[in-house]
Design a binder for this molecule. Structure first.
Ligand SMILES: [Zn+2]
Length: 255
């Protein structure tokens, strides 16, 4: 393998880096996708909580209204009794007192009836509100369901891609020479998953520091696989037309 042309060796190394980057990307997506469903499920729970609150409020108002209604009934009974009393009074004083009693009871009745009217209006509004809440809940549930299915499909597709890459990877590992592979693995561990970097206009695209002219000249000569003197990553000349042509189509170039 040592006899292999430098550009071919670099190309295989880049393919390995691309494969590993894709695996990392897929694993990240696989971790993130279920969170979208989880978020929607959380929204749904919040809607349920609010709807329950609205439902409870409606029930409370209805209950209170029934209480007022029975109070009115009771008042009507008392007014009837007082009216009978009124027709049986013997003196003016008694008459005035009975009349006053009826007036007071009627005032209480009217005040309660006003409250009942207000509560009827409130009930109607709350019922309308609750209906629109239930509709929104249905829509949110449908959305969550749709998202769940979409994420399940996405996960299946990601698994397919992952499986293909995992099958490809051993072949790439075999094709890269052992010593280079060791450097690559160490760099992958220590350099945040980027072991190989392009040098463009004399600047390493990983650490963004310019190469000293001598190193850059050596890189252009292409006698050996070099490392960036600043970040130690394995480097290749990113503007090499010939190399680009060779790696084109297999997505071997790094960003
Ligand atoms: Zn660098």
């Amino acid at each position: 393998m040592r006899g292999m042309p430098l550009k071919k060796r670099l190309k295989l190394l880049l393919e390995l880096q691309t494969c590993d980057n894709q695996i990392t990307g897929i694993l990240r997506k696989k971790a993130e996708a279920p969170l979208r469903v989880k978020g929607l499920r959380g929204d749904l729970e919040e809607i349920d909580r609010q709807n329950k609150e609205a439902q409870d409020k409606l029930e409370a108002i209805k209950k209170e209204r029934r209480g007022f209604e029975s109070e009115v009934q009771e008042l009507v009974g008392r007014i009837e009794k007082s009216s009978i009393k009124l027709s049986n009074v013997k003196s003016n004083k008694e008459y005035a007192a009975a009349l006053k009693e009826i007036e007071d009871l009627k005032a209480m009745q009217f005040s309660l009836e006003d409250k009942i009217l207000k509560y009827m209006e409130d009930t109607e509004n709350l019922e309308k509100d609750l209906q629109s809440r239930k509709k929104k809940r249905q829509e949110a549930a449908a959305e969550a369901e749709k998202m769940t299915i979409a994420v399940q499909e996405e996960m299946k597709e990601l698994d397919r891609q992952l499986e293909a890459l995992r099958q490809q990877r051993p072949h790439l590992l075999e094709s890269v020479e052992k010593s280079l592979l060791k450097t690559y693995s160490l760099l992958m561990e220590r350099k945040g998953g980027q072991a190989v970097a392009a040098v463009v206009r004399g600047v390493c695209q990983a650490c963004h520091i310019g190469l000293p002219p001598q190193d850059f000249n050596n890189l252009l000569k292409g006698d050996a696989i070099l490392t960036c003197p600043h970040c130690n990553r394995l480097i290749y000349w990113g503007e090499d037309q010939e190399f680009q042509a060779e790696t084109k189509g297999d997505n071997g170039m790094l960003e």
